[in-house]
Design a protein around this ligand. Structure first.
Ligand code: APR
Ligand code: PHB
Length: 406
C-alpha cells in the first residue's frame, strides 16, 4: 500500500508521473483508487469539490452483494458489516395491492442498506490511512492528448499543477470534463429523459416498513426506504418543474400517506425533515467508453434513474473490471483485457439500464400514458403477482446477480 502519491509541488520543474490519473472522487473514483493501490499501481485522484461537500451529498443507499464483496476485499467493510442493514426481501405496491419479493431465495444474497454518504466516509478515511493520494478542490482539471500521451493539468490552492500518466480514468460524473474530452465523432450517447423528478426527504423517525417499499399509486410513485432503524428516507414522484419550497414537510407527509395507502399510511411516523431535495430522472449510455488512453466509468459513462438504486453499484462494477484489466496490462500480460473492457462493461451496463428503465416504467405515472399503457402496466404487475419465475427474475436484477449468471 501507499504506492500512490506524487509530490504536491515540483519546484525543480520535475515531470510528475503516475500510472493512472483518476478524475473525480465519488464512489467510482475512490473504489478504483483503492483497487489500484492494492495492486501497487500508482495513481492520484483529482476532485473538484471539498471532502465535506462530497460527504454531505445525500444519494441512494442500497448495496448489491458484489459491491459489499469488493469493499470487503479492500478491507473497507468493517463498519458496513456492523451498521449495514441486510434485507432479504423488497415490497411492491401497485394500486393498493402489496407483494413481497424474496431476495434471498436459493443462491441470491439479498441487499444491504448503507448510505452512499457512509460509503464515502469509509473510502476517504481509508485513503488517508493508506496514503492514497486524493486532491480535493482541484480546480480547472483539464485533460490533454488523451489519444496518445496523456497529461492532466489543474490548479491546487492557486498553484498550477501538471501530471503525466499512462492512462486517465474519468470518474467525474455526468457533468465532468472527461466525457467532453472525447471528440464527438468518437462517442455516441443514447438517452431517455423522464417527464418527472423525485422529491426525497431524510427524517429521524423509524421507517414505516422493515422492507423497502416501491409503490405505484394513481397520484404517482412513492418509495419508503431507510438509513437505520431510526432514520427514514422517503421519495415521491413529483412534477419536473416543482421546487423544494413548494413542499413543506406537512405536504410531503400527507402525500406520502395517501400514496402508500391506508394500511401502510397509517403507520408512518412523521417528523421534521433533515434533508429535502429534488432530482431529475434520466437514462443515458455513452459508447464506447474508451478513447485512446482515456476510460470513462460510472456516471461519467452512463446514468440510470434511481429506481432500483443501481448508480453506485454500476460505478463499482465498471471500475472493478477496469482495475483487473489495468493490472493485467501493467503486469505485462498485454492489452487484451483493456481492449475488451469497454464492450464488457457496456454489456453489464445495458442489463442494468434495462432493469432501471423497466422498474421506473412499472411504478411511475407517465403524464402522457393513455388507458392502453396503464393496462399494460397493471398486466406487468400481475405477472409478478402470479409468476414465481417473474419474481425470481426481478430478484436477480434487484440484487445484481445477473452478470454472474450470464
Ligand atoms: N474535476 C474534478 N472532479 C470532478 C469534476 C471535474 N471537472 N467534475 C465532477 N467531479 C467530481 C464530482 O464532484 C464528484 O465528486 O466527480 C465526482 C463524481 O462522482 P459521482 O457523481 O458520485 O459519480 P460516480 O463516482 O460515477 O458514482 C456514481 O454514485 O453519486 C452517485 O448518483 C451517482 O449513483 C451514482 C453513483
Ligand atoms: C435510498 O434509500 O435512497 C434508495 C433506495 C432505493 C432506491 C433508491 C434510493 O431505489
Amino acid at each position: 500500500m501507499g504506492t500512490t502519491g506524487i509530490p504536491s509541488t515540483s519546484p525543480e520543474g520535475d515531470v510528475l508521473h503516475v500510472q493512472v490519473a483518476i478524475v473525480g472522487a465519488g464512489p467510482g473514483g475512490m473504489v478504483l483508487a483503492h483497487l489500484l493501490d492494492r495492486m501497487q499501481i500508482s495513481c492520484v485522484v483529482l476532485e473538484r469539490r471539498s471532502r465535506a461537500y462530497v460527504e454531505a451529498r445525500v444519494r441512494a443507499g442500497v448495496l448489491e452483494q458484489t459491491t459489499c464483496d469488493v469493499l470487503a476485499r479492500l478491507g473497507l467493510a468493517a463498519r458496513l458489516q456492523r451498521e449495514g442493514l441486510n434485507h432479504a426481501g423488497v415490497d411492491l405496491v401497485f394500486d393498493g395491492q402489496r407483494i413481497h419479493i424474496d431476495l434471498a431465495q436459493n443462491d441470491l444474497a439479498g441487499i444491504t442498506v448503507y448510505g452512499q454518504q457512509e460509503v464515502m466516509k469509509d473510502l476517504y478515511d481509508a485513503a488517508a490511512a493508506c496514503g492514497v493520494d486524493v486532491r480535493f478542490e482541484a480546480d480547472g482539471v483539464t485533460l490533454h492528448d488523451v489519444s496518445d500521451v496523456p497529461r492532466v493539468t489543474w490548479r491546487e490552492r492557486g498553484q498550477a499543477m501538471s501530471l503525466d500518466c499512462d492512462f486517465i480514468v474519468g470518474c467525474d460524473g455526468q457533468h465532468g470534463v472527461s466525457r467532453t474530452s472525447i471528440p464527438s465523432t468518437h462517442i455516441r450517447t443514447f438517452e431517455r429523459a423522464y417527464p418527472f423528478g423525485w422529491l426525497g426527504i431524510l427524517a429521524d423517525v423509524p421507517p414505516v416498513s422493515e422492507e423497502l417499499v416501491y409503490c405505484r399509486h394513481e397520484r404517482g410513485f412513492a418509495l419508503a426506504s431507510m438509513r437505520s432503524p431510526s432514520r427514514s428516507r422517503y421519495y415521491l414522484q413529483c412534477d419536473a418543474d416543482t421546487r423544494v419550497e413548494d413542499w413543506p414537510d406537512e405536504r410531503f407527509w400527507d402525500e406520502l400517506t395517501l400514496r402508500l395507502g391506508p394500511e401502510l399510511g397509517a403507520q408512518i411516523t412523521r417528523g421534521p425533515s433533515i434533508e429535502k431535495s429534488i432530482a431529475p430522472l434520466r437514462s443515458s449510455v455513452s459508447e464506447p467508453i474508451r478513447y485512446g488512453k482515456l476510460f470513462l466509468a460510472g456516471d461519467a459513462a452512463h446514468i440510470v434513474p434511481p429506481t432500483g438504486a443501481k448508480g453506485l453499484n454500476l460505478a463499482v462494477a465498471d471500475v472493478t473490471l477496469l482495475a483487473d484489466a489495468l493490472d493485467a496490462h501493467f503486469r505485462g500480460e498485454g492489452s487484451g483485457a483493456l481492449d475488451a473492457w469497454s464492450d464488457a462493461a457496456l454489456a453489464h451496463v445495458w442489463q442494468v439500464e434495462r432493469f432501471s428503465w423497466w422498474l421506473t416504467r412499472l411504478t411511475h405515472v407517465f403524464p402522457d400514458d393513455d388507458a392502453f399503457e396503464t393496462r399494460l402496466q397493471a398486466s406487468e404487475f400481475r405477472q409478478l403477482v402470479h409468476s414465481a419465475g417473474a419474481r425470481r427474475a426481478f430478484a436477480e436484477h434487484y440484487v445484481g446477480s445477473v452478470m454472474e449468471s450470464e
